[in-house]
Design a protein around this ligand. Structure first.
Ligand SMILES: O=C(O)c1ccccc1N[C@@H]1O[C@H](COP(=O)(O)O)[C@@H](O)[C@H]1O
Length: 215
């Protein structure tokens, strides 16, 4: 099975078209005001109108309350919710029940004891996104272009389908897949020409390298 690719933080048509054309399976739209990739739900919906069936539109939220989820979903037809904050397992389950959508929970790794969270969230989420833990003073809980030590995942059984994220680029993604055997990968800043602006050529190169057969 080819590695599934998610391109996250799409904000404009050129990046979106490059991701779709190159075979991305998931497209991420950020609904977190502090992010340079933030979109209003109406703008995201306009962009998402170009997304063909079979490519999942993922809404990225950070500790959203119910009102924020309802307001976004009123305008933007999402296929999946990504939770990238400090949501507890109970909150993940509640959001899944409220929205009726599959939920992907981001889990940050920096050291072996962080691995326990993969089990806790694996019991309630439909998918996991395994990212680097953000630095303590970071503005953003993700999208920082930071990688973690991929060897932490060596030989690990993960309860649910998962994507590897954090500091991935066209230059390192093949090695990341080879070391972790990740079934999927997710990237934001590593395929940008400026914060919030995807570089179509880097998007295409990332997808080609991520999905190339492992040698
Ligand atoms: O992309 C963002 O702006 C963002 C904001 C808040 C939470 C998560 C965010 N992005 C997610 O983080 C991963 C890793 O990003 P990067 O590739 O290291 O830049 C990204 O794949 C998004 O899912």
């Amino acid at each position: 099975m080819a590695v599934a690719v998610k391109i996250c933080g799409l904000t404009e048509p050129a990046g979106l078209a490059a991701a779709i054309g190159a075979g991305a399976r998931y497209l991420g739209f950020v609904f977190f005001a502090k992010s340079p990739r933030h979109l209003a739900p109406q703008a995201a919906a306009q962009l998402a109108a170009q997304v063909p069936l079979g490519v999942a539109k993922v809404g990225l939220f950070v500790d959203p309350d119910d009102a924020a989820l309802d307001a976004t979903l009123a305008h933007m037809p999402l296929d999946m919710i990504q939770l990238h904050g400090n949501e507890t397992p109970a909150r993940v389950a509640a959001i899944k029940a409220r929205t009726g959508l599959p939920v992907m929970k981001a889990v940050g790794l920096a050291e072996p004891r962080d691995l326990d969270a993969l089990w806790d969230y694996g019991l309630v989420a439909d998918m996991l996104l395994i990212d680097a833990k953000p630095p303590k003073d970071a503005e953003l809980p993700g999208g920082n272009g930071l990688a973690f030590d991929w060897r932490l995942l060596a030989g690990r059984q993960i309860l649910k389908p998962w994507l590897l994220a954090g500091g991935l680029t066209p230059e390192n993604v093949a090695q990341a897949v080879r070391l972790t055997r990740a079934p999927g990968v997710d990237v934001s800043s590593g395929v940008e020409s400026a914060p919030g602006v995807k570089d179509p050529e880097r998007v295409r190169r990332f997808i080609a390298r991520a999905t190339a057969p492992i040698l």
